[in-house]
Design a protein. Structure first.
Lengths: 535, 435, 445
């Protein structure tokens, strides 16, 4: 284990870290770059102003595209997806559930679109099998009675958190590359055509640190334009599209279900372990920091989704979330969904820089390819010859990375059959030992992890009570272990509940309203977290 | 085999078995009103045992020290708040009557005083409340006097950590320490407060625990435990443990499933039938109809259908948790009679963005409207029925959670609703006395 | 058989429910089954995960399971684990979790389903064998006592009482009496192992002048087929019993001091939609009625030493069937028998009562260690009353409370109501005193 650099008590501006490559942005792309570099023998530091997958990487369906989604709009992306889908299924099976996907049209959908679909798939080399309506209904009983067409494609689901954690963990194992959470880039020290250092701030300790590297990679996703500007690069042009998704309490289908039409609102339903994820909406936004679901977006998703799966209209939802997707402005397309889904790698040579590049756009499915292209550029600039290995080296299983998988904790716990290893999160059945392992050796550990950081690395708080009970139990357990020592532990608890609430706010009705009333009575009425003073 | 409908007739039917419903039953019993009470008693088990009246003014960050003065203030600023619609003297009477009843039936309570008590919570924060069970009273006293004290926690008990309590109180209570011990004969696996509380009703278990406690206390003369001091005779258990240890002992409520709530539920379930109340727990009323002669309640229990004919009805069905109100995506509805619910314009306005926003969330202020005699109102502003009254947090214009006023609203409104039902019954029995 | 002659079956040691054969346990989709079986709004997805169920469940912790874990595992799709966990044989389906659940979620139905899903050769053999015995004769007796033997035993005992107890030389124990008002059932334990224990009941009927009869068919009370989760067998048992009552044209099927016999009949008639031309009643209700009517002039004057008694509410007739009404009858009878001041209620009680651990076939499942762990809570509750005796109208409760009393070093006895009624009336014969301790025997001398 290679712990992150000590940050407690550091004086402003005094801490200096050195590495070969600094990666800015802890999404799956940044994490993928980190591992790609490590496999080529290059040491890196990965920073994120929040934590892993805090942006679009964590705010999506978790869909591993077969490519079929893009056959009508973007054949190139479709091909990339097909290729990456096959690679990841082979190399990172622990992050993937091979659910298969269905494309379904219901009465009223454009029949011409449906007619072309298999031909287009064939053209892109994507396996596509037509199902009769009754076959499709047998596979997925929740499908609408108004179903008119159905095709099966090799879609799958992927856990982006596990993917990022495993990539970061493997990088550490290979060459001690370092991940620093809540480390925000403030600016670059640029001299001529070279960046000498990145000036950063630890947002928790509120201290400054300087990171010196040979190469700097901007993997900031939606923030990439802002980051590039800090290096005085004005060649990144992004538009922002806000998408909102919601999570049902139950898993509604076995397969990924796509609406067989031109992409629109609420037309993909993706199973995620024990739940399903429905989305998405798409609206332009300028605001990167305060994206939250709105009631209108939730209702629209449900209304559209229930055309495919009528049961979605009455389902219990436990959570909703929004994320901003960067769109490459150069396409000039007015329809954000129709915009090319490819990625862009900018070497910033035209901006007079030789050791800074930006990777943005793309999608979860092609993260590895994006990392490969980026690292090809960066290693060449470093004067190294090593070729990319991520298309051949399987992603190993990191011990502390397994807890994000739904159902993994209870299976482990049940088998271990140790009555003293008590369950702390009852909904997702996360035992003490999982929490212990996370705070001891998960990627991104530090002296005092927040409950949010622990939850990101596990299923804690993901069940129907959304952390309202386990937040208290885990917090109390961490005090117990001497891990939390003062009133900041309660702040972690309050912040955790506030963070979980963001996702609940728009879906609190029915059963969830009962759950929330009990939670608030406990958190505010008894514990007084609404009047907690900050330390 | 025929399933026969069982019929009951009663003067007053109380629908709902939360604090409001039980308070109403107690007031009715004390007034010799024939009473039937129906409702799932489960959620009473979530209560902490603390009886809040008013612990915080809406939107204010500071706690309320003098709830009686705060009530006067509330009356001026929020005249439609349910607590503003009950005379302060009646609220006082209601609390006295309610706590006296609990005391007689086996759970002694502190009397309502001039000021709120600063009580302890399981995470080491402080809370303003009006009355505390006698088993918890020494905690606030010890805190106020900053007496040397040890918080005890147990191997196998989740969600309660002495270290946590100490870490959060140490600045204000320097002589606070903690010790972890094993509960007698329960060394491995998870252990629930309920199990410990029941085990402590056995003298032999108390003796074993007392021995351990004495050692754990060290120099301290006061010890605090999670709420486990017995289930149906907590005062006796505490007295016995104090006798055996020579220490002063208090309880701190725990997160659900916690003992003080279960104590209240079991007490109500046992005592009220003894006092003549027809208590039908664990069931919900499926239909409520009114005609000239009275109200008819329909429900089922595991044995079959039940019909209750009542002269008057108190609706104390609570909010979302207990099912009195239902939150639908398109609005909030009252479950049983579809009474109009005053509520925010749409779901967008139910909650603020931030969960712990000190202003509280608008959804909690939603509820049914009542007139000055506590009769629920129709849309046209007329009473739904002269025989129907409402009590508890189903009534609009209050936020019981943020106001730390759940028990206060329940007891005060139940007091008034029973008084109004009694007035109606009296008039119906003696028409000539109708004023 | 244990020393008191109860039918504790000594099955092959099977403490952890270890499989005995190679048959596989099929996997149930518990989440879907819960949706199908439970009412809307009270299925597993309504669970708030508050833990009140597990907090008040004596089976919590056994096999590392509890009711909340059962629900969560179902919701998380751990169907293989739930389908195979031996915990379903430790949960007695007492429904206390359902009783305390603010959301009204009933787990016991899914436990029944899980039990029914186990192949017969993997189920606890004690329960399966008892069910097979029940099906083997027209008696429906779990101890396999055939009709002719039952008729013989009853007559044999009757003749002896008539001969040895002059006050009862005209005692009756009618058999197959057409048109009798009461059809009286009998737990097999009495005719099989302690036949004299039937006599107090006959004396009570004699005293109140009841028009009653035994039946040579369908007379037995117990039903291990229900406990084994074998629905077809459950149906067959109940069908036989219902037919027997219908044939004799009795108006009331009177359940004697046995808990689950009432529940299995009452539920069975409803579940299988059987035509029963009679009412199902519990003997407890009649004890109370006859005392109120003065037909059973019991009093507590005999209890000169102030011996303390408590009552165990059988889950099967209180929480799971009649509700608190019958619990009140039981207390009324007890107070009349032992004196108001000598009755100490167990806590908690009535519908909130804890199962003792003798129910659901646990006594016959061969899981002794688990059963005693379960029973520790009941032992504590009995100990907390300080009572010298527990009264209970249930044979499984009776055996379990005796066993845990011995195991945990308690010094209480367990008695039937009929014993105490006859004791109070001064008509308890010498052979009818098996369950009396020295303190009570001393009062009789």
């Amino acid at each position: 284990m290679n712990p992150p650099p000590p940050r407690k008590g550091t004086k402003p501006g005094k801490t200096i870290l050195e590495t070969e490559v600094l990666i800015i942005g802890g999404g799956v792309t940044g994490a993928g770059i980190m591992r790609d570099l490590a496999l080529r023998g290059v040491h890196s530091i990965l920073i994120d102003k929040r934590d892993l997958c805090a942006g679009a990487s964590g705010g999506n369906h978790g869909l591993l595209h077969s490519g079929a989604r893009y056959v009508a709009s973007d054949l190139h992306s479709a091909g990339e997806c097909r290729q990456e889908n096959q690679l990841l299924k082979r190399l990172a099976p622990q992050c993937i559930e091979q659910t298969g996907g269905l494309f379904v049209a219901v009465d009223g959908d454009d029949p011409q679109f449906a007619e072309q679909f298999p031909t287009l798939c064939r053209g892109a080399g994507i396996l596509c099998e037509e199902l009769t309506v009754s076959e499709a209904k047998r596979l997925e009983p929740h499908l609408s009675d108004k179903l008119i067409k159905a095709f099966r494609v090799p879609d799958a689901t992927v856990d982006p958190f596990r993917l990022a954690l495993e990539n970061v963990d493997h990088s550490r194992v290979i060459n001690g590359s370092i991940y620093c959470p809540h480390t925000e880039l403030l600016g670059f020290e640029r001299v001529g055509d070279v960046i000498h250092a990145a000036v950063c701030r630890d947002n928790r300790a509120n201290t400054q640190l300087t990171i010196r590297a040979g190469q700097y990679i901007n993997a900031g996703g939606a923030w990439a334009m802002n980051i590039a500007r800090l290096a005085a690069c004005n060649d990144v042009h992004l538009l922002y599209s806000k998408g909102t998704l919601l999570i049902s309490h139950d898993r509604m289908t076995h397969h990924v279900i796509n609406r067989l039409r031109h992409p629109g609102d609420g037309d993909i339903l993706v199973p995620g372990g024990t739940v399903s994820v429905l989305g998405t909406t798409s609206t332009r936004t300028d605001d990167l920091e305060n994206v939250r679901p709105t009631v209108a977006e939730i209702d629209l998703n449900i209304q559209e989704g229930s055309a495919m799966i009528p049961a979605l209209a009455g389902a219990r939802y436990i959570r909703a979330f929004s994320r901003v997707r960067p769109l490459l402005q150069s396409t000039g397309n007015t329809d954000d969904r129709g915009a090319a889904r490819g990625f862009v790698l900018l070497d910033h040579a035209t901006q007079g820089l030789t050791n800074f590049c930006t990777i943005t756009g793309g999608k979860l499915t092609t993260f590895r390819l994006m990392a490969e292209k980026t690292c090809d550029l960066v290693t060449a600039r470093l004067g190294k010859q090593e070729a990319c290995k991520t298309s051949t080296v399987p992603l190993p299983h990191g011990e502390a990375c397994r807890w994000t998988e739904p159902g993994a904790a209870p299976k482990y716990w049940f088998k271990a059959n140790n009555p003293d290893d008590m369950i702390l999160c009852e909904c997702e059945m996360v035992p003490q030992s999982a929490i212990d392992q996370i705070v001891q050796c998960a990627p991104g550990i530090e002296e005092e992890m927040t409950l949010e950081a622990i939850a990101l690395r596990s299923r804690a708080g993901k069940g129907p009570c959304q952390g309202s009970f386990c937040g208290i139990r885990i917090c109390s357990y961490l005090y117990d272990r001497g891990y939390y020592r003062d009133t900041t532990g309660l702040e972690h608890m309050r912040n955790f509940f506030n963070e979980r609430f963001k996702g609940q706010r728009t879906v609190i009705w029915g059963q969830q309203a009962a759950q929330m009333e009990l939670a608030e009575a406990l958190h505010c009425g008894l514990l007084g977290l609404d009047t907690l003073e900050n330390h | 085999m025929k399933e026969e409908t069982r019929n009951f007739t009663t003067q007053l039917a109380i629908i709902g078995s939360g604090i409001a419903g039980f308070a109403a039953s107690i007031f009715a019993v004390n007034r010799k009103i024939a009473t039937a009470q129906i409702g799932n008693t489960g959620a009473v088990a979530y209560t902490t045992g603390y009886l809040d009246l008013l612990g915080k003014m809406d939107g204010a960050q500071a706690a309320v020290n003098d709830p009686w003065q705060a009530l006067e203030q509330l009356r001026k600023s929020q005249s439609n708040h349910p607590l503003s619609r009950v005379a302060v003297a009646d609220i006082h009477r209601g609390f006295n009557e309610f706590t006296a009843f609990l005391g007689e039936c086996g759970i002694a309570y502190s009397q309502p005083e001039k000021r709120n008590i600063t009580a302890l919570t399981p995470v080491g924060t402080l809370k303003q409340t009006l009355c505390v069970p006698a088993t918890m009273a020494a905690g606030p006293r010890a805190f106020a006097a900053k007496k040397p004290c040890v918080i005890i926690d147990f191997i196998g008990l989740k969600g309660f950590s002495g270290r946590q309590v100490v870490a959060n109180l140490q600045d204000r209570w320097p002589n606070l320490g903690t010790q972890r011990i094993a509960f007698p004969d329960m060394v491995h696996g998870e252990i629930y407060p309920e199990v410990m509380a029941r085990a402590l009703e056995v003298p032999a278990t108390r003796e074993k625990l007392a021995y351990t406690l004495k050692n754990a206390a060290g120099q301290a003369k006061v010890i605090g435990l999670p709420a486990i001091l017995g289930m149906h005779c907590p005062d006796h258990v505490r007295a016995e443990l104090e006798r055996l240890t020579g220490l002063e002992i208090f309880e701190i409520p725990t997160m659900p499933p916690s003992v003080p709530g279960i104590r209240l539920r079991e007490l109500f379930e046992q005592v009220l039938p003894k006092k003549g109340v027809t208590l039908i727990p664990q069931q919900k009323v499926t239909a409520l109809d009114f005609d000239d002669r009275g109200a008819t309640l329909s429900l089922f229990d595991s044995y079959g259908p039940i019909r209750i004919q009542a002269q008057t009805v108190i609706l104390a069905t609570g909010r979302f948790l207990s099912g009195g109100l239902e939150a639908h995506p398109d609005g909030i509805r009252e479950h049983l009679l579809d009474l109009p619910v005053t509520q925010p314009a749409d779901r967008t306005h139910w909650y603020h963005d931030r969960y712990t926003d000190p202003r509280g969330h608008a959804i909690h202020r939603a509820g049914i409207e009542i007139d000055d005699t506590f009769r629920p109102l129709r849309l046209d502003g007329r009473p739904y029925s002269d025989r129907l009254f409402a009590a508890g947090i189903i009534i609009a214009h209050q936020d019981w959670i943020r106001g730390r006023s759940g028990a206060g609203i329940a007891i005060a409104t139940a007091f008034r609703a029973v008084a109004e039902a009694e007035r109606y019954l009296l008039a119906e029995t003696n028409p000539e006395k109708r004023v | 058989m244990d020393k008191n002659g109860s039918y504790l079956v000594t099955a092959p040691k099977q403490e952890k429910g270890t499989p005995m054969a190679d048959t596989q346990i099929a996997t149930i989709n518990f989440k879907e089954e819960a949706l199908r079986l439970l009412p809307e709004g009270a299925s597993f997805e309504a669970c708030l995960t508050c833990g009140l169920c597990s907090s008040g469940c004596p089976a919590s912790g056994i096999e590392n399971m509890d009711p909340r874990k059962f629900i969560r595992m179902a919701e998380l799709g751990m169907d293989v684990e739930l389908s195979t966990t031996p915990w379903v044989w430790c949960c007695t389906q007492c429904k206390r979790c359902h009783h305390v659940c603010p959301m009204n979620i009933d787990i016991s139905q899914l436990v029944f389903l899980a039990r029914s899903n186990w192949p017969e050769d993997k189920k606890p053999s004690g329960i399966v064998r008892s069910c097979q015995m029940i099906l083997a004769t027209d008696s429906t007796s779990a101890m396999g006592l055939p009709p002719a033997d039952f008729v013989f035993v009853v007559d044999d005992v009757l003749q002896e009482v008539r001969a040895t107890q002059p006050a009862f030389q005209h005692l009756q124990a009618p058999m197959d009496k057409q048109g009798a008002h009461f059809f009286v059932n009998q737990n097999s334990r009495e005719p099989m192992s302690e036949p004299d224990e039937m006599v107090p009941l006959w004396k009570i009927f004699h005293l109140v002048g009841a028009d009653w009869t035994y039946s040579s068919k369908g007379w037995a009370a117990e039903n291990f087929c229900m406990f084994s989760g074998n629905e077809t067998a459950w149906y067959e048992v109940i069908k036989k019993r219902v037919d027997a009552v219908n044939e004799l044209g009795c108006q009331v099927w009177l359940n004697t001091e046995c808990g689950h016999s009432y529940y299995t009949m009452w539920q069975g008639v409803k579940r299988f939609n059987l035509t029963a031309n009679f009412r199902l009643e519990s003997l407890i209700t009649y004890y109370a009625r006859w005392i109120r009517e003065g037909k059973l002039p019991v009093n507590s004057k005999w209890n000169t030493k102030g011996i303390k008694f408590t009552v165990q509410d059988p889950c099967m007739i209180v929480r799971k069937a009649y509700g608190d009404a019958i619990a009140e009858d039981m207390r009324f009878v007890t107070r009349a028998l032992v004196g108001e001041e000598n009755f100490i209620d167990m806590q908690p009680n009535r519908s909130a009562n804890y199962c003792c651990g003798g129910g659901g076939g646990f006594l016959q499942a061969g899981m002794t260690e688990h059963r005693r762990t379960y029973g520790k809570r009941k032992f504590d509750q009995i100990a907390a009353t300080g009572a010298a005796y527990v009264l209970t109208p249930c044979h499984n409760c009776h055996s379990q409370m005796e066993d845990i009393g011995h195991f945990y070093g308690g010094n209480y006895g367990v008695v039937h109501f009929w014993t105490l009624i006859c004791l109070s009336l001064g008509i308890l014969g010498d052979n009818e005193r098996t369950y009396l301790g020295p303190d009570l025997l001393e009062l009789l001398d």
